[in-house]
Design a protein around this ligand. Structure first.
Ligand SMILES: Nc1ncnc2c1ncn2[C@@H]1O[C@H](COP(=O)(O)OP(=O)(O)OP(=O)(O)O)[C@@H](O)[C@H]1O
Ligand SMILES: Nc1nc(=O)c2ncn([C@H]3C[C@H](O)[C@@H](CO)O3)c2[nH]1
Length: 215
């Protein structure tokens, strides 16, 4: 299983589609547009942070189990990032210490239940898409989900800055599997075919050198 990571609008869903096609495998997407809790959360984060987190955790667990059923499937966000989101929200006062404790214990418990072979408790590779704040905002605007627009809710400016800042530390400390970073500002793998070729070559190299796929 190859897992993509990155902030909101980094291009994970786009790359999941491209990469799974390239590898001849399947992509598994985060539930967003048909997620009934997400708009509630953006409208009232304090009330819905915990519920949203449980929703995402449940869906992510389901996706991971499905993605693991075959080699080299691609997942468009890691379960570890859900935890990053929740802890950030908790630090902003949107979840109680009790809710954090319940969430952390539930996550721990669920991770132990994943039917990985003993040696395969983690993804084969994490591909992190790194983008700047400006790129993030441009992509969020381009995609146009109402509840994500800072124009509608100026407090999102701080939320997004904080999120990006936390992602840097998160990636540096991530050690559950081999990892690699793609410069999502420099390589426009959605609209520029040359950039796409370079990004896929970087990922192929990493997968071959790790013995995940054959040359
Ligand atoms: N490299 C790129 N160049 C230009 N546009 C891009 C690029 N990557 C993504 N986009 C566009 O930015 C928007 C967000 O991309 P995408 O949905 O793939 O991001 P994501 O990381 O999956 O976001 P989220 O975390 O919110 O699910 C989409 O409109 C997509 O077409
Ligand atoms: N609070 C919170 N916790 C999560 O685990 C989480 N995962 C994703 N998201 C939000 C970000 C995008 O708006 C949208 C798509 O990524 O969903 C989350 N929000």
């Amino acid at each position: 299983m190859i897992v993509l990571s990155g902030t909101i609008g980094a291009g994970k869903s786009s790359l999941a589609t491209i990469l799974s096609k390239h590898l001849g495998t399947e992509a598994f997407y985060e539930q967003v547009d048909d997620n009934p809790v997400l708009p509630l959360f953006y409208a009232d984060p304090k009330k819905y942070a915990f519920l949203l987190q449980i929703y995402f955790l449940n869906k992510r667990f389901e996706s991971i189990k499905q993605a693991m059923s075959d080699d080299n499937n691609v997942l468009d966000r890691s379960i570890y990032e859900d935890s990053l989101f929740f802890h950030m929200n908790a630090d902003m006062g949107r979840a109680t210490p009790q809710e954090v404790k319940v969430y952390d214990e539930l996550l721990d418990n669920m991770m132990q239940e994943l039917p990985y072979a003993a040696a395969k408790k983690a993804p084969d590779l994490l591909v992190h898409i790194d983008i700047s704040y400006d790129t993030m905002i441009k992509r969020i605007e381009k995609r146009g989900r109402d509840y994500e627009q800072p124009e509608q809710d100026p407090s999102l400016v701080e939320y997004y800055h904080e999120l990006l800042g936390r992602y840097d530390g998160w990636y540096d400390n991530y050690d559950y599997s081999p990892k690699m970073k793609i410069d999502g500002d420099k390589f426009d793998f959605v609209e520029n075919p040359d950039d796409l070729k370079k990004v896929l070559a970087q990922i192929d190299n990493e997968l071959v050198s790790r013995g995940v796929v054959e040359k």
